[in-house]
Design a protein around this ligand. Structure first.
Ligand SMILES: Nc1ncnc2c1ncn2[C@@H]1O[C@H](COP(=O)(O)OP(=O)(O)OP(=O)(O)O)[C@@H](O)[C@H]1O
Length: 672
């Protein structure tokens, strides 16, 4: 050994902090060491391009990751630039410590802040000590006449340096996995980490697992190499010669050159014009494990004023799923950094799936600082514009296709509009509303089409099943409403109103418009008016006392639809108030403040309906009181069902009553 040293400058706090720092993401050492190996190769490739280094013509650049389960070592071997002994001293011994000091200062400052973006303090190499008790560097620089160098360090404290053993250019990092790194002796754990961080690194990575096979494994392997698997059908016609030929072909295929673990030229690095739809789809399936095809995608490709490449996919929604879980993977020069970093990617984009490669991203700063970073801001603006451009372009040029996507992309666009003013401004004219006639219209188109019937008013349905009766009524009268039934639509309704002053949005059951009433009703005589007034009051008194609900309003109207007995109307303002209270369900003060607020309900009895006509007549007869009561409860429940599901008690009563009424009917029919 020609040199010994001690790395203890900060060792009392240096290593424990690295361990704590990396604790949640222990596998990050894989990223750090393999990306160092990649850097070593790309640096050499650059030197070769500049004519400052030479490599043999058939030299293949590669990285090997060798796990020796018997020796409990993990090696990362590259044939890149290598290091001289002086470079080890400079980059590993010294730089690390200036990096470490810097890191310690920053770490202590933010000791309480979890989830800092880690790495990039010039400390990546030392993450090896997260999992290894001893780390060795065995390296030979590319420079002609260079001498090999070896560095061995125990526990991140004492190091020794000596001549290296490598005969070819490059670096071998050997980790002697300790107690903390035992899990990486498992092939599957190692593969998972490699796949997570290295799937798109720019240098081919080959993995080798070394383990002395047991006698049984040896026997099984031998047997397998002599075995040909064929179908029963095939076996009947297979000759001995054919079988031998097939076996040879099978063994030759198995001993073929191994395939790298990674894709060194991921799709996002290519020019959009050179990528086919099939390639985009295949990339999407592979990276996001989604069997469905994406609806469409946006290939981002920017070199100036900043570099940003990536692909954003609009996924198909999983049926009946209201909440969309997106996945945006962030890379820096093809090295995976993290998923869904909301400080970096505009938040609403997190509903999409995609990859973003930002080589200039300042990842050495904390997440909170990233939010105010000019680079991030510019990047956000660029991405937002690209997404909005794609949407408006689809809307203008391929309206039918765009409409067919709407059910899937609508949630994303609405959310984006509410989160990002700039996005709303760009896409507002391409915002679609699905109507009860299954058409897709913009707000402008809807208002224009319906301006004769109800000017500046938009009717919407929040639950197609519950409000089926109102929808039918609307349709019968040639009216249309739009469907705003997902959870995002509640705030979206208010948002639309806020953005389009003068336009009122009203739930379909909030009011019955003039168009739903019979014409003659609006032109009735004075005497008739008085009689109606009287019936109204009588009915209101009756229902209020039976239902024990003093605030219930009851009116008797002649609706055009004869088959509807009654409808419950819930005023738009009081319903919104109730929804707001629900949304703030946990805020006790608010609840107390509004506890007195009762929903303003109006029961509209349809005078054109036979049942209601009979009820009104019967209510004047003393002896029919019992039946009148039953009918009132029943009519009210029928109307209530279009608003909400009945409670268990209400449902039991409803069923009992239905049975009684049907029994009466059967009795009546039987004795006719
Ligand atoms: N496999 C390698 N081949 C050649 N040089 C290497 C290799 N691994 C590390 N080095 C040298 O050691 C230096 C320190 O590596 P380290 O991973 O600690 O920091 P870094 O790569 O500079 O920054 P980061 O923290 O972002 O990884 C590197 O900059 C490089 O010069």
């Amino acid at each position: 050994m020609n040199e010994k040293g001690n790395l203890s400058i900060n060792s009392e706090n240096f290593l424990p902090i690295i361990k704590k720092w990396l604790y949640t993401d222990k596998d990050i050492f894989v990223r750090e060491l393999v990306s160092n190996a990649c850097d070593a190769v790309t640096k050499l490739q650059k030197l070769v391009l500049m004519g400052q280094a030479e490599v043999a013509e058939n030299d293949k650049f590669e990285i090997r990751v060798v796990l020796n389960q018997d020796l409990q070592t993990l090696q990362i071997i590259d044939n890149g630039i290598g290091m001289t002994a002086d470079e080890i001293k400079k980059y590993i011994n010294q730089i690390a410590f200036s990096g470490a000091t810097d890191f310690l200062a920053k770490f202590q400052e933010k000791a309480e802040q979890e989830n800092e973006i880690i790495g990039h303090f010039g400390l990546g190499f030392y993450s090896a000590f997260m999992v290894a008790d001893q780390v060795e560097i065995d390296t030979l620089s590319y420079q002609t006449g260079a001498e090999g160098a070896k560095w061995i360090c125990q526990g991140g404290i004492d190091y020794e340096m000596d001549g290296g053993t490598r005969e070819t250019r490059g670096t071998t990092i050997t980790l002697h996995l300790g107690e903390d790194g035992k899990e990486f002796l498992e092939e599957s754990t190692l593969y998972a980490a490699l796949q997570k961080y290295c799937s798109f690194m720019p240098v081919p990575i080959f993995v080798e697992i070394i383990k002395e096979p047991t006698e049984e494994e040896k026997a099984a392997a031998k047997k397998e190499s002599n075995t040909l698997h064929v179908s029963a059908e095939e076996a009947q016609t297979l000759t001995k010669e054919d079988a031998l030929e097939k076996l040879e072909a099978k063994n030759a295929e198995e001993s073929q050159e191994p395939k790298p673990l990674n894709d060194t030229t991921p799709l996002w690095q290519k020019q959009p014009k050179d990528c086919t739809d099939e390639e985009y789809k295949a990339f999407y399936h592979k990276v996001f494990f989604d069997m469905n095809d994406p609806l469409f995608w946006i290939h981002l490709n920017m070199d100036y004023p900043f570099r940003l490449k990536g692909i954003l996919f609009f996924p198909k929604l999983v049926e009946h799923m209201d909440v969309v879980a997106g996945e945006i993977k962030l890379y820096s020069n093809q090295v995976y950094i993290a998923d869904n970093i909301k400080e970096v990617v505009p938040e609403f984009l997190l509903l999409l799936k995609g990859v973003l490669d930002c080589p200039d991203m300042p990842l050495n700063v904390s997440r909170s600082a990233l939010q105010n970073d000019g680079y991030v801001e510019k990047m956000n603006t660029y991405i937002t514009k690209k997404v909005a451009d794609k949407l408006t372009q689809l809307f203008k040029n391929e309206r039918t296709t765009y409409e067919s996507f709407w059910d899937d992309i609508g949630i994303f666009i609405k959310y984006g509009c509410m989160r990002e003013e700039k996005f709303y401004d760009k896409v507002k004219d391409a915002l679609l509303l699905k109507t009860t006639d299954n058409a897709y219209e913009t707000l402008g188109e809807y208002l224009e089409k319906n301006k004769e019937k109800h000017e500046n008013k938009l009717f919407f349905v929040s639950d197609e099943n519950l409000q089926a009766q109102y929808i039918r009524l609307f349709k019968e009268q040639g009216l249309e409403a739009v469907i705003l039934s997902t959870s995002i639509d509640k705030p979206f309704v208010s948002f639309l109103e806020y953005k389009n002053s003068g336009v009122k949005l009203q739930r379909i059951d909030a009011d019955i418009t003039d168009t739903l009433q019979k014409k003659e009703d609006t032109e009735k005589s004075e005497a008739k008016k008085q009689a109606d007034e009287f019936t109204n009051t009588r009915m209101e008194t009756l229902f209020r006392s039976l239902l024990h609900n003093d605030s219930l309003k009851v009116t008797v109207e002649a609706l055009k639809a004869v088959n509807i007995s009654a409808m419950l109307l819930l005023s738009e303002s009081s319903r919104r108030m109730m929804e707001m209270m629900e949304a703030y369900g946990n805020a006790k003060d608010l609840k107390a403040m509004f506890s007195e607020v009762k929903p303003e309900e109006t029961l509209v009895l349809n005078r054109s309906n036979g049942l209601v006509k009979h009820l009104i007549d019967m209510s004047e007869k003393e002896e029919k009181q019992q039946d009148v009561e039953t009918l009132c409860h029943h009519i009210y429940d029928l109307a209530l069902m279009s608003h909400r599901s009945l409670t268990a008690e209400e449902m039991t009563n409803f069923i009992d009553r239905s049975n009684t009424l049907l029994e009466k009917l059967a009795f009546f029919e039987a004795n006719k």
